[in-house]
Design a protein around this ligand. Structure first.
Ligand SMILES: [Zn+2]
Length: 1107
């Protein structure tokens, strides 16, 4: 340049010398309010943008001819079955129902001539319920959700030939959230809802007008949601007003729409393709599509299977249209359903998984509850989940994904780590109704010190509508900005399924455009997976980023009623878990005994076990086991559990019979007690009613295994139990350790003769039943609110009678009326002591329950002082406050326990054991076991009817220890009385009898040998889903139950073990221990082989013995 520069600046000739007229300052709120006129459905609708979106429509039988087949009895037939029936003519305007019924529509569609050349044609179907479009050949192609949610299907190009084309719509008579009667979706479903088909037509869409609609929406949001003192907000408002003025000036013509879009571009940039994400400026928000499908909730499992097909077929289609979309989906069970019932959709998904656009995540069988399932169940959620993902897609998941579950057990980080996962995502704690959880991204640390990186998306939802506000909140609600500014934005319709929509993707493109143009909105990017997000985070940690830590459970300060609601379901879960442990243990022994496969055709029942486990894991879904589903779901789960128990009893009987036992002992067979727990037991047990037998027998087993029962015909020692009425309505039950006084039906004294200690404070009443009023703020089945405690009402027992008075066991029956319709009968029993085995007072209650919004608990005031109580959790103990010092302490006014809860001082304590309960509280020195609730939504009949619950009071010397752990296991797993053919009892070593006691841990009573099972991929066990391993192996799970690093001797008696490996929960080898194999003397002085293992405090350690 140069040469033409002029040193004298001329006065601008073009700047007007005089004012053209007055120009006013825009009154901000008026120009802001005006924007609504352009896109709302009010009085200016016809003058606005909305009518321009549709260029033409065709409906009526000339173009969309409809006929229907309505299958009977609320059945859900397959495509083949449905289309084999006769269809009868129908039309728009008809009603279809009732709730939960299915209707198959044959659609004969012809595109009118004048629409053939239109740019974009859609078929629009809306009956305010859900549907699935099938091709004429029977492939599902597109899901529909009525009420305008997702009602359009882009017509294939092949339809533009002027000829008639046929396809089908499978209509499901439920909305996305089931069939609630009105606006309150958690009310029990209405059985007689009918749905009007109000739209079935072909539409030609003006894509430019549609694009302008989204331009205007997002720029409008910027004008409203950017800070009022930012130029970006003002500029957005100016752009929107300019767009409206331009549209009006051009009379809404296509030309005017084009000009409007140009104006929008000033603010958005080019947002018409996925290339908007190509810029290399740093994006701190990773948008990831997700579709939360509750496996059951306000609809039954059968509907979920269809929701999966509807939702995921849409995602496959959307990924094709929006290449930036990455969609992740959890729950192996849902993939398995798709594979079983919708193979062609499964193939579509599989292809997308391979491309990396459809991403399996979570690693678990379902998105399960984590408070209630037992430790082994949590492991099996991953074992079954990860194995499914690996077998079908060749990959395991790295991220545990549980956005919607009601609180997170303290051992999850460890269980994730041993199941191949290093990260965890949730957001549910944003629902806390007392304390605000302080972190977004942090290290979450388990009882054993294992950690995972945890992220809680700051938009505080897993069903984001991908609005401007969601993107903004990803930074304004981010609580870990001191450490890291990145976050995930999890978007897509959910709970009832759905997933991302094209609208979400259009909005996000514009948000990205706005970020690039203004820099005020945090920049979002798509095209990455959740795993990519975590990979980057882990990388930063590797490079020195110090994330804050959170130790222990992520207690959810809401939904505390879910430890108790739907008692029967919870009881079934506990029973099934215990049954499965027994079956796997005995079936394992049956397949490794000496003459296995020589004399018998017995095989490890892998398929049946898999079916049982998959069903139990399914029922642990986060709305099923917690009790927050509708009645239909519990009808289903009752059936599922019935099947589990039926199979289980058969498997148990098969395994026992392979081991030479008869599970229904005959009069002449020798009676044995079989102990499947890995420790010694001495118990008085009730014998089967066979004429020749007395009522009780004594069983003493040293270690696991079997022992002949000694029938107790008469007092066998000085240790006897006794009972007497000492004063009117005051009874004394006594054995050599305990003296219990029951006055007017409640325990007024419990004296430990061994410890010289009274447990019940003077004037207090233990085993006192309490009724509370139970009306939470909203979520009935889910919540019990803190104020229920003020409504405490003591129930008065009406009658106490001695029901058993033998020297071996004494019992009192106590009857208590709750109301005209409800009552409780509790039997308090005390057995004679056996040796130095600590005694417990057993309580067995039968409850008839027909209450409304009441909560029944049983209370134990005890003379113990401690600011913390202990509760059994999966593979360990969680300690929680017994006081209300802070709001964090008070929030835990109702907590979850497993088989026991304990309050102890250094010298003495008491454990309350149970056989099927999970809700508990300790306030000061009052321990409270939660028994039953009576919510009326979403199941109007939750928990009504007959219940049985067993619990026990176990006083003990010293703090909580192995007596509590073992007695609670024993209480849940009574000795099995079996017959045994003595001729086979005399088999040489490592035939049955010694085999039964072979597997145990010696020398560390805090170590529990929990599961014993065969290796998943052993050649004689494997079902072939993953490569087989040569030979036989046994997998043993050992954990420290009390919190102390220990060395124990893992013994296999005299079994021929060739190799020993420490393995992870997925049974991958971690460390070979074979070199350490040695021999020690057991407690009985017998030489046993095994290996010393060291287990960290609260570690869950798995070992594989190669045979
Ligand atoms: Zn959910």
């Amino acid at each position: 340049m140069g040469g033409e520069s002029n040193r004298i600046m001329p006065i601008s000739k073009s700047y007007p010398t005089t004012a053209a007229g007055p120009v006013g300052k825009q009154i901000h709120h008026i120009y802001a309010d005006r924007l609504r006129q352009f896109t709302d459905g009010g009085q200016y609708y016809e003058q606005g943008l909305l009518p321009k979106l549709t260029e033409a429509r065709a409906h009526g039988s000339d173009w969309v001819k409809l006929s229907v087949y309505s299958p009977p009895n609320l059945s859900r037939p397959t495509f083949k079955d449905a289309t084999s029936h006769k269809f009868k003519s129908t039309h728009v305007g008809e009603f279809f129902g009732p709730s939960w019924s299915t209707h198959w529509f044959k659609v004969q569609l012809t595109i009118p001539k004048d629409m053939l050349e239109k740019e974009h044609l859609e078929f629009v179907w809306d009956a305010n319920n859900e549907g699935l479009i099938w091709t004429e050949k029977g492939d599902p192609v597109h899901g529909l959700t009525g009420g305008g949610e997702r009602t359009e299907w882009i017509l294939p190009k092949t339809f533009r030939d002027g000829k008639e084309h046929v396809f089908y719509v499978e209509m499901a008579c439920n909305g996305m959230f089931g069939n609630a009667p009105g606006g309150d979706s958690i009310q029990p479903p209405k059985p007689d809802k009918y749905f009007q088909l109000h739209t079935a037509e072909v539409r030609a869409v003006n894509l430019e007008a549609r694009a302008l609609y989204f331009d205007f929406w997002e720029i409008g949001d910027a004008s409203r949601e950017f800070p009022g003192d930012s130029w970006e907000a003002h500029s957005a408002q100016q752009v929107c007003n300019k767009i409206m003025d331009t549209f009006i000036a051009g009379d809404g013509s296509n030309k005017a729409i084009g000009e409007c879009r140009k104006i929008a571009k000033e603010y958005l940039g080019d947002v018409d393709t996925h290339k908007v994400y190509d810029g290399d400026q740093e994006a701190i928000i990773t948008g990831i599509g997700y579709c939360h499908i509750d496996t059951c909730w306000l609809w039954p499992f059968a509907e979920t299977k269809r929701k999966v097909a509807r939702s995921w077929s849409n995602q496959c289609d959307l990924i094709d249209r929006y290449p930036e979309l990455r969609f992740c989906c959890s729950q192996a069970q849902q993939y398995k359903w798709l594979e079983q019932y919708y193979p062609s959709t499964f193939d579509r998904v599989k292809k997308k998984v391979k491309e990396g656009t459809f991403q399996p995540i979570g690693g678990s069988w379902v998105e399960h509850d984590t408070n209630l399932p037992g430790g082994e169940s949590l492991i099996r959620q991953f074992l079954y989940g990860q194995r499914y993902f690996e077998s079908r897609f060749g990959q395991r998941c790295k991220t545990f994904w549980l956005p919607d579950t009601f609180g997170y057990s303290t051992q999850l980080p460890q269980i994730c780590r041993i199941s191949g996962m290093t990260r965890f995502l949730t957001q549910k704690l944003s629902w806390n109704n007392i304390n605000n959880f302080p972190h977004t991204t942090f290290n979450w640390v388990a009882l054993d010190n294992s950690q995972v990186v945890c992220h809680m998306p700051p938009a505080e939802t897993y069903t984001a509508e991908a609005n401007f506000g969601d993107v903004k909140r990803s930074i304004t609600q981010h609580k870990s900005l001191d450490q890291d500014k990145t976050s995930l934005l999890v978007f897509g319709k959910g709970d009832g399924g759905g997933g991302p929509t094209w609208q979400h993707l259009e909005k996000l493109r514009r948000c990205r455009g706005i970020s690039d143009k203004t820099s005020l909105l945090p920049r979002v990017k798509l095209g990455d997976s959740a795993d990519d997000f975590f990979d980057r985070l882990e990388k930063r940690v590797e490079n020195g980023l110090d994330l804050v830590t959170w130790y222990g459970e992520l207690y959810f300060e809401l939904h505390r009623g879910t430890y108790t609601t739907q008692a029967n379901n919870k009881r079934n879960n506990r029973k099934a878990e215990i049954l499965l442990r027994d079956i796997e243990y005995l079936a394992t022994l049956a397949t490794i005994k000496k003459d296995y496969s020589e004399k018998s055709s017995y095989k490890y029942p892998k398929k049946d076990l898999d079916d049982m486990w998959e069903n139990v894991l399914l029922c642990q879904f986060h709305d099923c086991l917690p009790g927050s589903s509708i009645e239909m779901c519990y009808d289903d789960s009752d059936e599922i559990y019935a099947k589990v128990f039926k199979t289980g009893e058969q498997l148990l009987s098969d395994a026992l019979s392979e081991l030479g036992f008869d599970d229904e002992p005959k009069a002449d067979s020798s009676l044995y007690a079989l102990n499947t727990m890995p420790w010694s037991r001495s118990e008085i047990i009730r014998l089967p009613s066979i004429a020749s037998l007395p009522s009780y027998g004594l069983a003493h087993t040293s270690g696991p295994g079997m022992t002949q029962i000694r029938p107790l015909a008469s007092p066998f020692s000085a240790a006897v139990a006794s009972i007497k009425e000492v004063r009117p309505n005051v009874f004394e039950l006594r054995n050599s350790q305990l003296k219990v006084e029951v006055s007017n039906g409640v325990i007024t004294s419990l004296y430990d003769l061994w410890a010289y200690r009274e447990l019940i404070p003077k004037g207090k009443k233990a085993n006192q039943l309490i009724l509370y009023d139970d009306k939470p703020l909203y979520w009935q089945a889910w919540d019990v609110e803190v104020y229920h405690l003020a409504s405490r009402t003591e129930l008065s027992p009406s009658k106490t009678t001695i029901s058993e008075d033998s020297v071996h066991r004494v019992s009192l029956d106590i009857e208590t009326k709750i109301s005209d319709k409800s009552w409780i009968k509790t039997t308090i029993s005390l057995s004679a002591t056996v040796g130095n085995t600590p005694s417990s007072i057993e309580l067995d209650s039968e409850i008839e329950w027909h209450e409304t919004m009441k909560f029944l608990k049983v209370e134990f005031p005890v003379d113990i002082v401690n600011t913390e109580a202990s509760y059994e959790t999966q593979f360990g103990i969680v300690r929680r406050p017994t006081h209300y010092n802070t709001t964090w302490d008070m929030a835990k006014f109702e907590v979850c326990c497993h088989k026991w809860a304990d309050l102890s001082e250094h010298t003495y304590g008491v454990s309350i054991l149970n056989d099927s309960k999970y809700g508990f509280a300790v306030a000061g020195n009052v321990m409270r076991l939660s028994l039953l609730r009576a919510p009326k939504a979403p199941d109007a009949h939750a928990d009504m009817g007959r219940h049985r619950v067993r619990y026990a009071i176990l006083p003990h010397k010293g703090g909580v220890g192995e007596d509590t752990v073992r007695t609670a296991f024993n209480f849940n797993n009574p000795l099995k009385i079996v017959g045994h053919d003595s001729s086979t009892a005399e088999v040489e070593r490592y035939g049955t009898p010694s085999l039964l006691s072979a597997l145990r841990v010696i020398g560390a009573p805090n170590l529990v040998l929990d599961s014993v099972k065969r290796g998943e991929d052993d050649e004689d066990v494997s079902r072939g889903e993953l490569p087989k391993n040569k030979g036989r192996s046994v997998v043993l799970r050992v954990y420290d139950a009390l919190g102390g690093k220990s060395k124990g001797f893992l013994s296999w008696g005299g079994l021929g073990v060739k190799s020993v490996w420490k393995v992870n929960a997925l049974e991958d080898g971690v460390e070979e221990l074979s070199a350490g194999v040695t021999e020690v003397e057991d407690e009985g002085g017998e030489k046993v082989r095994g290996v010393w293992v060291e287990v960290r405090a609260f570690e869950v350690a798995s070992f594989r013995l190669g045979l």
